[in-house]
Design a protein around this ligand. Sequence first.
Ligand SMILES: Cc1cc2nc3c(=O)[nH]c(=O)nc-3n(C[C@H](O)[C@H](O)[C@H](O)COP(=O)(O)OP(=O)(O)OC[C@H]3O[C@@H](n4cnc5c(N)ncnc54)[C@H](O)[C@@H]3O)c2cc1C
Length: 421
Amino acid sequence: MRKISLIGGGQCGLLLGFALLDKGYSVTLYTDRSAEQVLNSRIPSTAFMFDSSLAVERELGLNFWEDLVPYGEGMHVDFRGPDGSIGLTVQGRLGELQGQALDQRTKFSRWLQEFPRRGGKLVVQAVSVADLEKIAAESDLTLVAAGKGQINAFFARDDERSEHLAPPRNLAAMLLTGPKMLGDRPWQRVPFRPLRFNFIAGAGEYFSLPFYTHTRGECRSFLFEAIPGGPLDRFQDAKDGAEMLEIARQVIAELAPDDLHHLDGAELTDADAWLKGAFVPTVRKPVGRLPSGKSVMAIGDTAVLNDPIAGQGSNNAARMVRHLVSSIVARGNGAFDEAWMNDTFDTFWNESAMYTTAFTNALLKPPGAPVMEVLGAASVNPPVADAFMRCFDNPRNYWPWIADLDEARRFVAERVELCAA
Ligand SMILES: Cc1cc2nc3c(=O)[nH]c(=O)nc-3n(C[C@H](O)[C@H](O)[C@H](O)COP(=O)(O)OP(=O)(O)OC[C@H]3O[C@@H](n4cnc5c(N)ncnc54)[C@H](O)[C@@H]3O)c2cc1C
């Protein structure tokens, strides 16, 4: 039985671990915190996953919360001026591509308990580069899925594929519950349960998603993406979630006032339901060579770390897991050498991750002419809006039109025709 070691018990490492166990590999997963520690930690993320990504979890029987987590059925987006006035509204449904957002504390702690039950070996250990040497010596393949962990520095930045040298946004997120944000139709203007997006010129963005946490059940996540130094950038001195909620009330009152009443009576789901910080989105070289000459491979955020503005990191991890499993299985008894690692990653980059990264980076800038063309049409044409939102499930579908005005016009015309037919 081929032996595969994984570093990191998050979205990518755990999901890949289960998928490889399912294919009959011997899998050891090293992660720096126990299930209990993960459950009682601060939230690491507010990840929403679309249908194609959830399908990977469903196929492996890992969707323990399927009937508990409220579905996000579509997006309701306001594009606002610097004073908060709404310039353009786009509302689109995801249809069968609807997704779910589940507290990663809830998910990963449960998955960590499940992993040994399915035959995996779990080692709770913060892995160092020196440890990697020992692990790699005992394994046919060693994959590092350490998220934003410090061990990432072992993998060189890919300068050609990385666009950022500094954090494009300062982030602040929390989980809230309250009488005016839950249920099927929490936004009166929206005939479905929305992912609520606000793009505020010169300030940044704020997102509120239907969510589920073990501490309170149904709730909503709030993620503020502040342009550094701009009017939304007020969260970084907050000492706790309660302070963060007060700041949220102030910025929403100023920059998205029609949303403010949703915070009436709102409170944090629990004392740990908040995070703040910033990071530099980075694409890394997939292969790290150890002093012994053995190679290990970066996957998940360790390989492709994007800003959360497009909600793609966990989705990218799920897509990467699908790709890795088929590449590992196809290798048969062949060596998992550097050539295989580079080829496996480059294929995934070219087929998927480069589009995810380019789409994410595009959202961090003012929209170009093709996007404005489609958004303008989407604001008055529901089929165009639906088609735009459905591309979030697989950002590759934004091409070719996202970069070409003629293609954008064709994209709109085809949807409008479909509607008229
Ligand atoms: C605020 C915010 C909002 C987000 N929203 C979305 C969204 O809506 N949709 C979406 O798809 N994505 C979203 N993401 C991104 C998503 O959470 C990540 O991309 C995803 O969790 C990456 O999975 P991963 O397995 O690569 O890393 P992680 O899930 O971060 O897991 C890494 C694991 O490795 C462990 N680890 C680190 N170093 C070591 C070490 N040396 N030894 C052992 N273990 C180690 C960590 O403790 C952790 O358990 C968001 C992120 C943030 C910050």
